[in-house]
Design a protein around this ligand. Structure first.
Ligand SMILES: [Zn+2]
Length: 138
């Protein structure tokens, strides 16, 4: 596994993305939803990897929900950076990271795939996230 640290602009949200997939081989996804387009977000994840998110001051973290409301989109309330999205169940959680936060973002060179998940219902959406997103370390 390789570790890829990253943080929001002010540092309130820090994370480490761990994966055995080389950055240049990693699928980079540009979700076409209105939220991701407005942020210019580029998502990466690895179901065999691990993501650790550390929030210095949880009071300065926004957990934004929209559309089906099945995931928390983590936004730093101080600097406004969209860091990651998390879908959680009682005993497990999965997340994707916005590659723009990673120190090594320039190494993730795959051309972004434009993803349109509009037609998914809630069950399909949760199923896809569990299959493709990165297990979140507790
Ligand atoms: Zn911040």
């Amino acid at each position: 596994m390789q570790s890829f640290p990253g943080r929001c602009h002010c540092g309130n949200v820090a994370l480490v993305y761990e994966t055995a997939v080389a950055p240049a081989e990693t699928e980079v996804r540009a979700c076409a939803c209105g939220f991701c387009r407005r942020h210019g977000a580029l998502a990466v994840s690895d179901p065999e990897g691990r993501l650790r998110i550390t929030v210095a001051d949880p009071k300065r973290l926004i957990r934004y929900r929209f559309a089906l409301g099945t995931a928390d989109f983590l936004i730093c309330a101080d600097c406004g950076v969209y860091a990651a999205a998390v879908v959680a169940e009682e005993s497990a959680a999965w997340a994707l990271v916005n590659v723009n936060l990673l120190d090594a973002r320039a190494a993730f060179t795959s051309p972004p795939l434009v993803m349109d998940y509009d037609r998914e219902d809630e069950a399909a959406r949760i199923r896809r996230r569990k299959a493709k997103w990165t297990p979140l370390a507790a």
